[in-house]
Write a protein that binds this ligand. Structure first.
Ligand code: FA5
Length: 344
């Protein structure tokens, strides 16, 4: 028992000396390990030694070890304030505060509008096709009857990736891809992103969405084209929407027409309107009867089949449907603007 008491006294002296040598967090931790480590710490070993004592000595010895343990712990604890890492402040939740509102994602207004258009054509029996955004010169131009170096190519400010690869300037190349695979009758729409080297302004973007339409069958005439587009625009806007067909030129349709609708932003009343330039009209699509040469390029006999096609600017048409005065608002991601549509 005497030996045991001496051992405890020695440990206490050893501890006191070591305390004087503590200079940083590391030496503090080393001293803690030396005395309090669960496996081989001095105090753990002392508790193990208890077993070797006579039963009558055990209570006093146990008390002495506990006293040493408290002494060591208190001392180390006070040194921790000086050298140790401050303990993290535990933040308690303030249960009386009102909750934070979460904003859920939602379809973009241009996509919502695209779906509206798709539904009209789906109800007419059309199906939906898609094609690549990176195209070859052949599909974007060649097969659509644009000879190399023809000035008609200048109407499409094209972003080339190499001599042969480009970012598609319109959805019309998908007409070719579908007609190569499928024989008539064909009745499809093709929505998708297109790219042009354009400086953004209220009605022009360098990246925008088009929706192509293509109908090929026996006996299709310009009357079908006109009737389809009239039905489509009246369903989309209203029975009263004013529209006009204007003669136009596209190498892949003949005859061709562009379709304008009345400017819903100024109603044709503002000479300085930034959207229609005061004309009261704004172009939303190009269209025409499929050129016989295009049919020959995809091995469809133009003596048997005829067809019509159109290409609508989705963003531009959405702009009029929602009466927005600048296309760029759609892509600025300003939640004050965007949320108006998903609150609908
Ligand atoms: C074409 O792209 C033809 N492929 C359309 C076509 C298809 C004609 C099938 C005949 C048969 P255009 O370049 O005019 O045509 O573009 C069609 C529509 O895309 C325009 O009427 C307009 O609504 C929209 N658009 C054109 N350029 C832009 C632009 N920079 N920003 C936003 N919308 C645009």
């Amino acid at each position: 028992m005497k030996n045991f008491k001496n051992k405890i006294d020695d440990y206490k002296k050893e501890f006191d000396k070591a305390v004087l040598r503590i200079k940083d967090e590391k030496s503090l931790q080393e001293l803690r390990n030396l005395f309090l480590s669960r496996k081989k710490g001095r105090l753990t070993l002392l508790f193990k030694d208890l077993k070797t004592l006579k039963p009558e000595d055990k209570p006093l010895a146990g008390q002495m070890i506990n006293e040493l343990k408290s002494y060591v712990q208190e001392k180390l604890e006070s040194l921790k304030e000086k050298y140790g890492t401050p303990e993290k402040v535990v933040k308690r939740p303030e249960l009386t505060l009102p909750g934070k509102k979460k904003y859920w994602g939602a379809p973009h207004p241009v996509h919502l509008f695209q779906e509206e258009i798709e539904n009209i054509f789906l109800s007419l029996g059309y199906s939906i096709e898609e094609g690549p955004e990176i195209e070859t010169d052949y599909y974007n131009f060649g097969a659509l009857n644009f000879p190399p170096h023809h000035p008609a190519r200048d109407d499409w400010d094209t972003l080339y990736l190499s001599d042969n690869l480009l970012l598609r300037t319109h959805t019309s190349p998908v007409q070719i891809r579908v007609m190569e695979k499928r024989k008539p009758p064909i009745r499809i729409i093709i929505p998708g992103k297109v790219f042009r080297r354009e400086t953004p302004d209220p009605t022009h973007l360098p990246m925008f969405y088009q929706l192509e339409g293509l109908v090929v069958d026996k006996g299709i005439t310009f009357a079908h084209l006109k009737g389809t587009l009239e039905f489509f625009l009246k369903t989309l806007f209203s029975e009263k929407i004013k529209m006009r067909f204007r003669p136009a030129f596209f190498p892949f349709t003949e005859p061709s027409a562009e379709v304008d609708i009345e400017c819903t932003v100024c109603g044709g009343k503002d000479e300085g309107c930034r959207v229609c330039g005061g004309s009261g009209w704004i172009e939303i699509l190009g269209s025409g009867m499929v050129d016989p040469q295009v049919f020959k390029n995809v091995n469809i006999d133009p003596e048997i089949y005829t067809g019509f096609a159109f290409g609508l600017g989705i963003d531009r048409t959405a702009m009029f449907a929602y009466q927005i005065s600048d296309l760029r608002y759609f892509y600025e991601n300003d939640l004050r603007f965007i949320r108006q549509f998903f609150l609908k």
